[in-house]
Design a protein around this ligand. Structure first.
Ligand code: FAD
Length: 414
């Protein structure tokens, strides 16, 4: 198991230390190589309008943080991922709301107590995945370059540890950027795990905060099937932060995440086997795309095993793993990865107690305005299990703020 990095919110010294650990040439290459990432720092700063003072029918803060008849905040957001940060930032900068957001300390692999500013996309999804995709695709270019007249004295070698160390440095930089974004937007950042106590109160590390509206933006985590030996398998969080590159990997799942990891490890010269339950990959995608992607990936040397349902993972004395399916047993894997879906982070969030309805998968049920079954509690992003993509979480966060704001305006006129 890898020793995963953790980072407190006050991260400037940690970042300096990390930066110093690279040579200046290494740091330059890192910056060049990673320059294609979208820079949040480059986003235009929004001017802050005068703050509206919200006084509503509230109980006094149990912290004694506000006077009677007021909430501590207009909006309290649980989870600083794509949706939560977008909503909080817009609520504060565009509408002058008093906003607080809570988020757990940083870790490359999420747990019940660890997460990090930026959320899945930035720390365990889109961003690190793309860095590994960039890293992996050079091998194909080296191969193709021969046809264009390039020759090399020796075959280029890849160093997995360098890629992962530089990826983690980049993540820590992004955590700091997110901290600055929230700070510049005037959003109060509270480190810790949030839990809803009542329709207007959130508890973080035992301290209570009241708010007129509460936004749930806690996202989701990888889910793996409950089969024998599943403890030997890894999920996508772990796959992005392995201590060594897989020699031979079984990837279970036919969705876009499974296939992207197959492409990454194939590019980095691992032997890759993909196991899917269906006849074809990418269920729900365009039929021609499904066929074309599978064909092209096969041509690159990825082996697909179709109509295979995993039943067990076993580990032999030599440390190698086998995957038993409904059809046969495949062995000799250094790693078995499951990319078989994600579940919403709604466990132990206080939702049942406060009456927020959830579906059978634990996703928060919302209406078209992202409102839950409790009037003052809202939810955006993956936790609602609508369309689990970053741009969707961002748009839902922005739309939620507009809804709350227009509702306030209507209420004021009445
Ligand atoms: C491997 C992978 C690759 C992906 N690639 C893409 C891609 O290329 N393009 C794309 O659009 N999408 C991609 N996604 C999906 C994308 O990451 C998510 O849709 C997006 O991050 C959802 O944002 P969110 O705000 O709903 O939740 P998240 O980003 O998951 O944020 C939720 C935050 O809440 C925090 N949290 C949880 N519980 C609590 C609590 N009780 N108290 C305080 N904080 C809490 C978590 O730590 C986390 O930081 C990918 C996902 C994965 C896993």
């Amino acid at each position: 198991m890898a020793a995963h990095a953790t980072l407190p919110f006050s991260c400037s010294s940690t970042l300096q230390t990390l930066t110093r650990s690279f040579s200046s040439r290494g740091a330059l290459q890192l910056r060049r190589g990673f320059r294609r990432l979208p820079s949040l720092a480059a986003l235009p700063r929004l001017s802050r309008p005068c703050r509206r003072h919200v006084s509503a029918s509230a109980a006094a803060s149990p912290n004694g943080a506000s006077s009677e008849g007021e909430y501590d905040y207009d909006l309290f957001t649980i989870g600083a991922g794509s949706g939560g940060v977008r909503a909080s930032r817009f609520a504060s900068t565009l509408y002058g709301m008093r906003v607080a957001i809570c988020e757990m300390p940083f870790a490359t692999v999420a747990t019940d107590e660890l997460g990090g500013l930026g959320g899945t996309c930035v720390l365990r999804g889109c961003v690190p995945k793309k860095l590994l995709v960039y890293g992996s695709k050079y091998s194909h270019e080296f191969e193709e370059s021969h046809g264009f007249g390039w020759t090399y004295e020796t075959d280029p070698k890849h160093d997995w540890n360098t890629l992962i160390a530089n990826k983690n440095t980049e993540l820590q930089r992004l955590v700091c950027i997110y901290k600055n974004i929230l700070n510049n937007a005037g959003v109060t950042l509270i480190e810790g795990r949030g839990k809803i106590v009542d329709p207007h109160t959130v508890s973080v590390n035992g301290k209570l905060y009241t708010a007129k509206n509460i936004l749930i933006g806690v996202g989701g985590r990888p889910s793996m099937p409950d089969i024998p030996g599943i403890e030997y398998a890894i999920d996508s969080d772990a796959a992005l932060d392995l201590p060594s590159k897989p020699e031979k990997i079984a990837i279970v799942g036919g969705g876009y995440i499974a296939l992207e990891f197959a492409g990454i490890f194939n590019g980095l010269k691992s032997e890759v086997h993909v196991f899917i339950r269906q006849k074809k990959v990418l269920r729900g995608f365009d039929e021609e795309v499904r066929d074309f992607v599978a064909e092209q990936m096969s041509l690159r040397g990825i082996t697909f095993h179709t109509e295979q349902t995993p039943q067990a993972v076993t580990k032999s004395n030599d440390g190698l793993l086998s995957l038993k399916t409904n059809k046969e047993t495949f062995g000799g894997f250094s790693h078995v990865m499951f990319a078989t879906g994600r579940r919403p982070n709604t466990k132990n969030l206080g939702l049942e107690e406060v009456g927020v309805e959830m579906d059978k998968n634990g996703a928060v049920v919302v209406d078209e305005y992202s409102r839950t079954s409790v009037d003052s509690i809202w939810a955006v992003g993956d936790v609602t299990n609508r369309i689990n993509l970053t741009p969707v979480a961002l748009m839902e966060g922005g739309a939620f703020v507009k809804t709350v704001e227009s509702k306030d305006e209507v209420a004021t006129k009445q």
